[in-house]
Design a protein around this ligand. Structure first.
Ligand code: MLT
Length: 330
């Protein structure tokens, strides 16, 4: 467990007054007094990292404290989840996680934490569409052609993802189920490095969030086949939806939220929620998200209540689908 010692507590220790130090616990009224760590469960430069860095600056400004982004990769995001679940409940370690928070309990029977019991929710952040994308010289030109191609070449086609528990893995699973194939999966610590390999032609195709793929599709560095949302994405007007292109069962939006350890005082959670709300109203954040094919969630969803309701609803949605697939992360 990482032990955070706020500046006020250090002052207490130098005065050698244990009574005044309060056991090193954070004082919610004076929070934050020190740097906050925003833990990202995937690689730097990937889609979750991008969202984290977009909100970190305006949140820091609102809170009056620095926010440092820390990438804790591995096991489809569950190592980061375990780290924050075990952190001091003082608001100095905050997790940003996505849909993987709701799929992890079904994917990892020995998961070291409970998403609902070991965290307090802070608020939802954004819903990011996914895209189905391929290396620039991959033969299929459309989603229809991709379906035919992977059926005929199932033993050689490679499908990249960010490990069991990642959004890319979930979306890839839906494609495999819809097409009726079992492809060779190539796992990475995040879709940041996976995209680099896709551009370089080392892997054939993958699902990934528009926050990572929009600019490469627009620049022609990768092929874009479809978006996985019911509605088209404004930033990618040439891409059909998966339903329009013949794969209606491949529908997945990647929602993100912020979490703190379960025992964190409500007063601290309220300060974080308020700062998140300010960040999501920041015009620069709105504009940058728009360029990346997403938007902040509406203000009514930037609450612990809306976030918990979403988490519960998504656990109920994905658990039977994952159990039926037989996929497991360990
Ligand atoms: C990432 O940040 O690398 C992604 O969110 C990974 C994924 O879930 O596919």
């Amino acid at each position: 467990m990482r032990r955070h010692i706020p500046l006020a507590s250090l002052a207490c220790l130098t005065m050698l007054s244990l009574a005044a130090c309060g056991g090193g616990d954070a004082d919610p009224a004076s929070y934050p007094e020190d740097e906050i760590t925003l833990v990202v469960p995937f690689s730097a430069g990937g889609p979750t990292d991008t969202v984290a860095r977009l909100i970190a600056e305006p949140m820091a400004e609102e809170l009056g404290a620095d926010i440092v982004v820390q990438n804790v990769e591995g096991a489809g995001g569950t190592i980061a989840g375990g780290q924050v679940a075990d952190a001091d409940a003082d608001g100095y370690e905050v997790l940003i996680h996505h849909i993987g928070m709701s799929t992890a309990p079904a994917l990892y029977p020995d998961l070291a934490y409970s998403p609902l019991e070991d965290f307090k929710t802070v608020g939802l952040v954004t819903d990011v569409p996914m895209t189905i994308v391929a290396r620039p010289d991959f033969e299929p030109e459309t989603l229809e052609e991709l379906v035919t191609y992977v059926k005929e070449n199932a033993d050689t086609v490679t499908l990249a993802n960010a490990g069991v528990g990642a959004a890319s893995q979930l979306c890839g699973l839906l494609i495999e189920q819809a097409v009726g194939v079992d492809l060779t999966e190539v796992p990475y610590d995040g879709t940041g490095p996976a995209l680099t390999d896709l551009v370089g032609g080392q892997v054939d195709f993958m699902c990934d969030q528009t926050t990572n793929t929009a600019s490469q599709i627009q620049a022609g560095e990768i092929k874009g086949y479809a978006v996985t949302t019911p509605e088209p994405v404004e930033a990618l007007p040439d891409l059909p939806t998966t339903a329009e292109a013949g794969l209606p069962d491949v529908e997945v939006g990647v929602w993100h939220g912020l979490y703190v350890p379960a025992d964190t005082p409500d007063e601290i959670v309220e300060k974080l929620t308020a700062a998140l709300e300010v960040a999501l109203e920041d015009q620069n954040v709105i504009d940058q998200m728009g360029t990346l094919g997403t938007t902040p969630v509406p203000a009514e969803d930037v609450t612990p209540e809306a976030h918990t309701a979403k988490l519960e609803e998504q656990i109920d949605l994905w658990t039977p689908i994952i159990e039926e697939s037989g996929v497991t992360g360990g």
